[in-house]
Design a protein around this ligand. Sequence first.
Ligand code: ITT
Length: 210
Amino acid sequence: MHRRITGQLVIATHNPGKLAEMRELLAPYGIQAVSAGELGLGEPEETGDTFQANARIKAEAAAQAAKLPAFADDSGLAVEALDGAPGIYSARWAGPNKDFGAAMAQIERLLQERGATTPAQRKAHFVSALCVAWPDGHVDDVEARADGTLVWPPRGTAGFGYDPMFLPDGFDRTFGEMTSIEKHGLPPLGLGLSHRAKAFVKLAEICLAG
Ligand code: ITT
């Protein structure tokens, strides 16, 4: 049985790029969202071996600490020619300084080593697992992906993380070259293009009043 979110919700992320997207996605629902950073909540260790498991760890930790329902995203980029890497390690590939220029260059180096030069050899997808956890232990979770191709050099300064390298299928601009409405806006304003937007649509169906 799914549960509806009403009133206050903690957004359990310490990533400013994600926080901005999650706030924009929640805005139409009249939910009072407060971030983990604003509440001074710590970051739990992401010990799961799936996106879903790590999303649950983050949502449950925040729900317990704040005594409020908490909403978390675990996400990443899976590159087909690299057997799904960096996957759940997408944030960790950027190192302690969160250097995504270096993380993208590392992906490109590995693709070149494997001779992956044509678009068909450079397929990748973003995954977003979303979880809402309540202080009494109830959880709801969903997952979605966005498919695309990796380009080099990176293009655009919008978004965050690996966005400048990711060309979503059917478009000629990377996520780094798109506005926030184009990347993750929901209909009628946007197309619900990104992995996080697609997962959010599923979550809204089960947890948010329409
Ligand atoms: P929180 O755990 O605090 O939410 P995080 O950055 O550590 O923040 P993840 O463990 O889920 O989050 O790491 C996902 C990484 O994958 C993230 O740091 C980005 O670099 C990348 N990523 C996820 N969604 C992305 C998107 O929409 N665009 C670009 N990169 C994305």
